[in-house]
Each structure stands twice: as structure tokens, then as C-alpha cells.
Design a protein around this ligand. Structure first.
Ligand SMILES: CCCCC/C=C\C/C=C\C/C=C\C/C=C\C/C=C\CCCCC(=O)SCCNC(=O)CCNC(=O)[C@H](O)C(C)(C)COP(=O)(O)OP(=O)(O)OC[C@H]1O[C@@H](n2cnc3c(N)ncnc32)[C@H](O)[C@@H]1OP(=O)(O)O
Ligand SMILES: Cc1cc2nc3c(=O)[nH]c(=O)nc-3n(C[C@H](O)[C@H](O)[C@H](O)COP(=O)(O)OP(=O)(O)OC[C@H]3O[C@@H](n4cnc5c(N)ncnc54)[C@H](O)[C@@H]3O)c2cc1C
Length: 673
């Protein structure tokens, strides 16, 4: 049974009927999504412990809290959660993840980056001595840190960072400094008020030479009083589009001294005499970003999935317009246009979920090799994680906004839960590498692969399709086979890669410098990178469905979704698929008809497909997405709890409206209108 958490209220009959009519058993799909019944049982167990904790019971909806209240509550809850997990002996990473998902839905808490980036960066980039000195105190929250890289003047261009760390061999210290206004660190999460330490990205100077950006462990506040240290100026950057519980901060350092041991020296070193020892690959210090990029794909899939749960459930209970005069009003989910808005997004949420798992597994495998000293796969991992992060965060952001609009007026209320999901996830298009810039990194890799194809060299498996015969035509027939869909995506990506590569080469042949030629082709290069990511997501979905060890009915439902994801992507990008007549017009007709058939196929399963994500009502935190479908009751209760309703007549009436009227009464206006 999917989680309800809705007390004794009767279930809305429309949504109850949807569940009765589903063509597959929801629990089987939930088990498939979360890797088996044992994991599902454990996930629910963890979330129930979390949600039953009295500390999690909020006195009012989050939307009615000030930013200061949100920050404080989020910090209090998260520290309580950490203690509780310790008391209960919860150490498994999955257990912790699911526990946290229930306690702070769609919110980054004030110690999130401490556990998400600060500790992992020390673990990956610190020497044994540094790990011994810093990791345990960090785990015990004696030191609390974050990842401080971005400056007012530079986020994307890391080599352009201006903060300096100059080695002083006399004192065996680095002097860290903010030489200009634009060098002020700006944006790092939890920097403003929470942390007392950070990983600082700064230009390393030793023996008078700049060695580029390196990471340093930099103390910021007194460990006892929490006062900012002399030479350190920092604070919160103020309200943002979302992330209210987060104190994103600014930081200026004034010739502040830190010991030599505080440079993270696993891969690059500064010896006592100032000699610089360079790493095997200068991009090793970008490893923490790669780690987060790989995990963002899963994070955005969860956000899109939640938005789909809310909008599909709401569309099942919302009735609007008599279809025939005098007849009953239809469930809005029965309108084909509503289905066309929502069902491809449900398919996309599944597609990103499986892609997220695949990228994560690639990341873990390649990381092991990197740890063992084999750096050969670093470019593949970088290209994959950068592109997929961009592709999926763009898709999810746009999709969540469609979900919001598909709920009509009620979608615009914070009560719907959709704005919070959106504002929390859309910055993923920006942080950890602005999306266009990330796509260009993937494109750079594709360009190099295209050059290898021209030279007849063998390509890595992930991109081997780039050497396919582009004169071939589509094998698509009316059965719309999965294999043909994959081929279509590969053909499109290979053709766009070739076309963009040819543009770069043409500009170079015409005398442009390679860097200028790349810029002149960069829009087309991003089209190629986007198409490459799209084919990866389609291929992973097809492989997952084909190899799935599940019952026939669940498999059929997933196969329908997989086809919908792939066919919809073709319809949305038809020009790119048609440009070299890979598809003929009859095949486009086949795909258009198929799309409409797929909408009808998904319709009876729609609610079950979103129920299968198994999100508890408290995690969705949405009046529209309630499991029991009692949305009007919830909206009414929400409205009544608005602080503006605490008094019937507000003071502002007495201050402004009443005097205005009294003024009017004595004016020359006629006393009767
Ligand atoms: C409740 C939890 C709360 C928070 C939890 C946090 C984490 C939890 C765990 C999971 C998170 C999941 C989801 C996220 C949820 C919440 C997140 C909350 C907060 C967000 C935190 C955000 C933190 C940040 O934003 S940190 C700052 C990030 N900044 C960037 O990403 C900058 C982007 N810029 C770059 O990466 C680079 O500058 C560049 C654009 C790649 C260019 O680099 P440059 O050095 O200039 O390159 P150059 O031209 O010299 O050389 C290019 C050459 O190098 C190759 N290259 C580049 N990078 C890499 C790499 N990483 N690996 C390998 N190779 C690399 C590149 O391909 C070129 O190669 P070639 O010459 O073509 O061969
Ligand atoms: C919510 C949030 C949390 C954050 N948390 C952290 C954190 O914890 N730590 C941290 O260090 N930073 C953090 N950041 C900062 C974030 O990493 C940067 O904002 C991000 O890397 C983008 O850099 P930028 O702001 O300099 O964008 P810019 O690079 O200025 O981008 C502006 C525009 O210029 C374009 N552009 C820039 N360079 C190129 C190029 N080479 N080619 C083509 N187009 C280009 C971009 O595509 C974009 O359209 C956070 C940001 C946000 C919004």
C-alpha cells in the first residue's frame, strides 16, 4: 500500500476509482524503483520514525514562516535528526538519506553542505594526516564547513578566481587574501552564519609562481564563541528566489594566515621549502564538483516525480466543464491536452530516475579507478556528469513549471507544494556549473570523439555510436520498436555532432583560431551535446525496461512509459530528426498516431504510476497532491491558517482605508453615488 498519512477522512471517489482500475500492481513497481521489497520496507520504516518524531510536527505551514524562523527551525530539526540517528544507530547511507528526505522535504538544511561537500572533499582530497586531524571533528560537528569557490566576479571560470594563497616558508603558513571587490567569495551555502570552517578554493602562489586554483582548509570562526576570526569578514547574502533555510554567504579575507598542513595535499603538494609538486591531472581538484553533478540527476528526478504525483492526483479529482450539455463535469485528467502535458513528464521522471542510477554507478566505478591511480576515464566521467546534470535539471525545471500550470489557479498557491519544489530545484541549472557551460564541456568531448572517428580510431563504449553510418534510414514501423527508437536518437546525436564539428573545422580552415572557431560553433555544439545526453537517457531507459525482472503487467506499464518518453522526445525535436530525411513523412505520421495511442494507454494507469513513487503526504507537503484526494478541504484549512486571518479587521484598515473614507466624506464628493 502506498503511504497515505491522511487520518480518517474518506477517500475521494474519483481517485479511489483510479486506483481500482489500474492495470498493474503498484507495489511491484515501487519495489522495482527502490531495488526490492526489503529496501522499500526499510525506506518506509525510516520515514515513519522520522515523521512520528514530535520535533517534526510544525505549528504552521512553512509558507507562513519568516526566513529567520525557517533557518532556525531547519537547523534545530536537522541537529535533532543527527542526534536521533546516532541514538538509533542508523549508519547505512540509504537509511540516512530516506530519513532526511522525510524531515526536510525540498529544502537544503544549514548543515547540508557540511555533510554533502565539506567532509567528502576532505576524505577524497586530504592526506591521511589531514583526514585524521579534520574528519572526526567534522563528523562530531566540532568543526562545521562548506565549499567556498565562487566569487562575486567569477563562478564559471575557475582559473579566473582572484582569492590568493601565498606560501610563506619562514612561518610555514599560507597567507590567504581577498585582493579585490570581485574576489569576494559569494554564494556558498551555509557560509553566512552556520559554518566555522570551509574548503577555500584559491590561487596558490609559491616561490613567486602561480600554480592555479587549489583547495585549502580555512578556519573562519572561533570554535567556542563562533565569533568571526580577526582578518575574516563574512555574512549572509540576503533573500533569494528560494533556499530560504539556507544562509548562502559572502566572505572576505584580509591577509589571513593558515598553517601549511591546511592545504589539501593528497594530489598536489607544497613542500616545506616551497617546492610545488603537481598532481597527475590538474582537474583532480575539480572532483567534488563531479561528485555532486552525478548526484544531481537523481535529485532532479525526485523533484519532477513529486511534481507529477501532485499534478496527476489533482487532475484525477478536479472536475471542470460539462463535456455534453447537462452531463457530468469531466475529470480534467480525461482531457487529452491535459494528458499530453502530464504523461510525458511522468515518463521523464522515470527516465531521469534510471539515468540518475546509471550515472551514479558510472561515477562510483570510475572513482574507484581514479582512487587506484588510473585517471584514463576522467574525461568520460566529466563529459557524462556535466552533460547529464545540465540536461536533466533543465528538463525537470521546465517540467515542474508545466505541472504547476496544469493545476490552474491552485497551482500558483504555495499550498500546492509546487513552487517550493521548483524554487528548490531550479538552481541546479546554475550551481555546480552553469548548464550551457556544462553542455559545452560535453560538446568539447564529443568534438574530440568526432576527430577520432575521422582518424579511424576506436571510441569508448559510451560514445561508440558516433561512428555509425549516417546515410542509413530509420527502421521505424507501426510497432514502434524500442531498438528503432534508440537508433533514431543515436543517429540524431551523431549527425548533430558531425555537423557541429564540421562548422568548427570550416572556421579553422577559413583562418579562425581554434578557440574562436569553437565559440562560433558553440550553439550547434550544445545541440549536439543535448542530443547525446538525450540518447543516453533513452538508451538507459530501454535497457532498464528490457532487462527488468518484474511481472508482465508492470513491465508492460513501464514499456509504455519508455516508448512515451522516446516518442515524445522525437515529436518535440522533430526538425533535428528530419533534417537528413532519416525519418520519412509516413514514419512521422506513425509516431504522431503512436503518441496519441500512448496517451490513451497511460490514462488508466496514471494515478498508479505516480503512486508508485511512494511519496508520503508529509513529504509532498501539498494540498493538491494528497493521497486521499481531499484537496478542497485542505485548501480551505490552509486559507484559514493564513496569518492575515488572525484578525477580522486589520489595523491597516483603521490606518489607511478608514481615514480615506472620512476624508472623502468631508470633501466635495456627493454623499450618495
Ligand atoms: C540536504 C542536502 C543539502 C546539500 C547537500 C549537498 C550535497 C549533497 C549530495 C548530493 C547533492 C544532490 C543534489 C544537490 C542538492 C542540493 C545542492 C545544494 C547546494 C548546491 C551546492 C552547490 C555548490 C557549488 O555550486 S560549488 C561551485 C561549482 N562551480 C562550478 O561548477 C564551476 C564550473 N566551472 C568549471 O567546472 C570549469 O571552470 C570549467 C568550465 C570546466 C573550465 O575549467 P578550466 O579549468 O577553465 O578548464 P580548461 O579550459 O583549463 O581545461 C578544460 C579541460 O579540462 C577538462 N576538465 C574540466 N573539468 C574537468 C573535470 N571536472 N574532470 C575532468 N576533466 C575536466 C575539460 O574537459 C577540458 O579538457 P580538454 O582540454 O578538452 O581535453
Ligand atoms: C542556490 C545556489 C547555491 C550555490 N552554492 C554554492 C556553493 O555552495 N559554493 C560555491 O562555491 N558556489 C555556489 N554557488 C555558485 C554557483 O556555483 C555559480 O553561480 C555557478 O557556478 C555559475 O557561475 P556564475 O554565477 O559565475 O555564472 P556566469 O558564468 O556568470 O553565467 C552567466 C551567463 O554567462 C554564460 N557563460 C559564462 N561563461 C561562459 C562560457 N565560457 N561560455 C558560454 N557561456 C558562458 C552562462 O551560460 C550564463 O548564461 C551557488 C549558486 C546558487 C544559485
Amino acid at each position: 500500500m502506498a503511504s497515505a498519512g491522511t487520518g480518517k477522512m474518506t477517500v475521494n471517489p474519483d481517485i479511489a476509482k483510479e486506483r481500482r482500475n489500474a492495470g498493474f500492481h503498484v507495489e511491484n513497481l515501487t519495489n522495482f524503483i527502490y531495488h526490492g521489497p526489503e529496501r522499500v520496507r526499510r525506506r518506509r520504516y525510516m520515514q515513519n520514525i522520522a515523521l512520528q518524531d514530535p520535533v517534526m510536527k510544525d505549528s504552521k505551514p512553512w509558507a507562513f514562516r519568516t526566513r529567520e524562523e525557517e533557518y532556525e527551525l531547519s537547523l534545530r530539526k536537522q541537529l535533532h535528526v543527527l542526534q536521533r540517528q546516532k541514538d538509533l544507530g542508523i549508519t547505512d547511507e540509504f537509511d540516512k538519506f530516506y530519513y532526511n528526505e522525510a524531515t526536510a522535504p525540498n529544502e537544503n538544511n544549514p548543515v547540508g553542505l557540511h555533510f554533502g561537500m565539506f567532509i567528502p572533499t576532505i576524505e577524497k582530497h586530504g592526506t591521511e594526516e589531514q583526514k585524521k586531524k579534520f574528519v572526526q571533528p567534522a563528523k562530531d560537528l566540532k568543526i562545521i564547513g562548506t565549499y567556498v569557490q565562487t566569487e562575486l566576479g567569477h563562478g564559471t571560470f575557475i582559473r579566473g578566481l582572484e582569492t590568493t594563497a601565498t606560501f610563506d616558508p619562514k612561518t610555514q603558513e599560507f597567507i590567504v587574501d581577498t585582493p579585490t571587490l570581485s574576489a569576494t567569495k559569494y554564494w556558498p551555502g551555509n557560509l553566512g552564519k552556520t559554518v566555522n570552517y570551509c574548503i577555500l578554493m584559491a590561487q596558490l602562489y609559491s616561490q613567486g609562481k602561480c600554480q592555479g586554483p587549489h583547495m585549502f582548509l580555512c578556519p573562519l570562526r572561533d570554535l567556542t564563541t563562533h565569533q568571526s576570526l580577526p582578518g575574516v569578514e563574512l555574512g549572509d547574502i540576503g533573500p533569494k528566489f528560494g533556499f530560504n533555510a539556507n544562509d548562502n554567504g559572502y566572505l572576505r579575507l584580509n591577509n589571513f594566515r593558515i598553517p601549511r598542513i591546511n592545504m589539501l595535499m593528497r594530489y598536489s603538494k607544497v613542500l616545506e621549502d616551497g617546492t610545488y609538486v603537481k598532481p597527475a591531472n590538474s582537474k583532480l581538484s575539480y572532483g567534488s564538483m563531479v561528485m555532486i553533478r552525478a548526484s544531481i540527476v537523481g535529485a532532479v528526478s525526485r523533484a519532477l516525480a513529486q511534481a507529477c504525483v501532485i499534478s496527476v492526483r489533482y487532475s484525477a479529482v478536479r472536475r471542470q466543464t460539462e463535456v455534453s450539455p447537462g452531463g457530468p463535469e469531466a475529470q480534467i485528467l480525461d482531457y487529452q491536452t491535459q494528458q499530453y502535458k502530464l504523461f510525458p513528464l511522468v515518463a521523464t521522471a522515470y527516465a531521469y530516475h534510471f539515468a540518475g542510477q546509471a550515472v551514479q554507478s558510472n561515477f562510483l566505478n570510475i572513482s574507484k579507478e581514479i582512487e587506484a591511480g588510473n585517471l584514463q576515464q576522467m574525461p568520460v566521467l566529466h563529459a557524462l556528469s556535466a552533460g547529464l546534470k545540465a540536461f536533466s535539471s533543465w528538463g525537470a525545471s521546465a517540467g515542474i513549471e508545466v505541472c504547476r500550470m496544469s493545476c490552474g489557479g491552485h497551482g500558483y498557491s504555495l499550498a500546492s507544494g509546487l513552487p517550493k519544489i521548483y524554487t528548490n530545484i531550479t538552481p541546479a541549472c546554475t550551481y555546480e556549473g552553469e548548464n550551457s557551460v556544462m553542455m559545452l564541456q560535453t560538446a568539447r568531448y564529443l568534438f574530440e570523439c568526432a576527430m577520432m572517428v575521422q582518424k579511424g580510431q576506436r571510441l569508448p563504449d559510451l560514445v561508440s555510436y558516433l561512428s555509425m553510418d549516417l546515410s542509413a534510414k530509420s527502421c521505424m514501423t507501426s510497432d514502434v520498436a524500442l531498438g528503432c527508437l534508440v537508433k533514431a536518437y543515436q543517429h540524431r546525436a551523431a549527425r548533430l555532432t558531425n555537423a557541429a564539428t564540421a562548422v568548427v573545422q570550416r572556421h579553422i580552415n577559413e583562418g579562425q583560431k581554434p578557440t574562436d572557431a569553437f565559440n562560433m560553433a558553440s550553439t550547434q555544439l550544445t545541440w549536439a551535446a543535448r542530443a547525446h545526453c538525450h540518447q543516453y537517457v533513452v538508451k538507459v531507459f530501454v535497457t532498464t525496461v528490457t532487462e527488468a525482472n518484474i511481472d508482465d503487467r508492470t513491465k508492460a506499464a513501464l514499456t509504455t512509459l519508455c516508448k512515451m518518453y522516446a516518442v515524445n522526445g522525437i515529436m518535440e525535436n522533430l526538425g533535428e530528426f528530419l533534417q537528413d530525411q532519416f525519418f520519412n513523412t509516413d514514419q512521422v505520421d506513425i509516431l504522431t498516431r503512436k503518441m496519441m495511442t500512448l496517451l490513451a494507454d497511460v490514462r488508466p494507469d496514471a494515478v498508479a504510476l505516480v503512486d508508485a513513487f511512494d511519496y508520503h503526504d508529509k513529504v509532498l507537503d501539498s494540498c493538491l497532491g494528497r493521497y486521499d484526494g481531499n484537496v478542497y478541504y485542505a485548501l480551505y484549512e490552509y486559507a484559514k491558517s493564513s496569518p492575515l486571518n488572525e484578525k477580522d479587521v486589520l489595523d491597516s484598515f483603521h490606518k489607511y482605508i478608514k481615514p480615506l473614507r472620512e476624508g472623502q466624506a468631508t470633501s466635495s464628493l456627493p454623499s450618495r453615488l
